[in-house]
Write a protein that binds this ligand. Structure first.
Ligand code: ADP
Ligand code: MG
Length: 345
């Protein structure tokens, strides 16, 4: 039985924005990420699960029981926000103990639960400090510990690391995934950062304009995007105009076979190819182009090639890139690509 089941959830605000027909099962111990651009409805779904927002229709079940009629504090969920929402006049310890006091837990239990939670987020030495004495990352760890010690059936995290700098964000992401694996807690994580989503999720729900665009594993979403929207939102990608006759695709001078499982209607289409799937070649079955720019980015370089007035970006290992010159004529091949019947704007 799924830990969390969202069934045909819809919510429309007076402005006309909202989410529609969201259906999603999350299995026990799974980390599922809602990913999409700002305004696509991620927070609306999360707030509905937590009970902070009443949906217009649909149902939300946790371990088989509908929670729609329960107020937030009665739901078996806990939420972590981008802002830490700690009590400034309480120590770290008291911030954590507070929720358990309210729930009338025994003192011995509270002490053990708080100590365990602080250890889980590696903040045991900070128990007697006040939030203002902690860094942003440490404060967010306290907020995470506070949610964890409630032992919710589902932990909800709404862009919890967005306020942190890039390096810390990466550390926190690893730490959260580690905690999630160790505790086996079921989590629904919200982010607009595709790299964050790709790195920590068991499955990703890509959302677009209030609806689910694709729901699959990170690998599948990266390798087999189901739409042009997903292809262009996740990772770096070249989008190239092409034409299909129904069986083959013409991209500039090149005739391409559609990849297995990609049927195409005759007409204009778009080829999506990732920079790591473009390679230098001297085969005849390739595109002729001119190097426009070589940007070395550490162990690899990003090379812009102009082919028939289109810029195509490719990643090249550093040792190969040092031999490339601006203006040089080269040929490139495509290792794999996805063809979409839609056209880019
Ligand atoms: P996200 O979290 O993906 O950025 P939200 O779920 O916050 O998106 O919002 C989805 C859409 O609903 C947005 O267009 C937003 O402006 C709108 N919206 C969210 N909350 C409200 C509200 N309380 N009243 C009116 N519109 C809202
Ligand atoms: Mg949001």
């Amino acid at each position: 039985e799924p830990q969390l089941s969202i069934r045909q959830l819809s919510k429309r605000f007076k402005t006309g924005d909202g989410v529609s027909d969201i259906t999603l099962d999350v299995q026990p111990g799974e980390m599922v990420t809602l990913l999409g651009p700002s305004g696509c409805g991620k927070t609306t779904v999360l707030r509905s699960i937590g009970g902070f927002l009443e949906p217009d229709s649909g149902d939300i079940l946790i371990r088989g029981q509908s929670v729609l009629k329960l107020p937030p504090e009665k739901r078996p969920t806990a939420m972590v926000f981008q802002s830490y929402n700690l009590w400034p006049h309480m120590t770290v310890y008291d911030n954590l103990a507070f929720g358990l006091h309210i729930r009338k837990h025994k003192k011995a239990h509270i002490q053990r639960a708080v100590t365990d939670a602080l250890e889980l987020v590696q903040l045991a030495p900070a128990a007697r400090k006040y939030p203002s004495e902690l860094s942003g990352g440490q404060q967010q760890r306290v907020a995470l510990a506070r949610a964890l010690l409630l032992e919710p059936d589902v932990l909800l995290l709404d862009e919890p690391f967005s306020a942190l700098d890039a390096k810390l964000r990466m550390e926190m992401r690893e730490e959260l995934r580690d905690i999630q694996m160790r505790t086996g807690m079921t989590m629904v994580f919200v982010t607009h950062d595709q790299e964050e989503a790709l790195s920590i999720s068991d499955r990703i729900v890509v959302m677009h304009a209030g609806q689910i665009e694709q729901l699959s594993t990170p690998q599948d979403i990266y390798d087999r995007p189901s739409s042009l929207f997903v292809a262009s939102f996740i990772g770096r990608i070249n989008l190239l105009p092409a034409v299909s006759d129904g069986t083959r695709i013409r991209l500039q001078s090149l005739e391409l076979e559609p990849q297995p499982g990609q049927a195409l209607l005759p007409g204009a289409c778009t080829i999506a190819v990732r920079p790591e799937d473009v390679y230098l070649t001297d085969e005849q079955h390739s595109l002729a182009g001119t190097i426009r720019q070589v940007m070395v980015l550490g162990h690899y370089a990003e090379v812009s090639v102009v082919c028939d007035e289109q810029i195509i970006k490719m990643f090249v290992p550093r040792e190969q890139a040092v031999h490339l010159l601006n203006g040089q004529a080269i040929r490139i091949g495509l290792r794999k690509f996805t063809a979409f019947p839609e056209q880019t704007a």
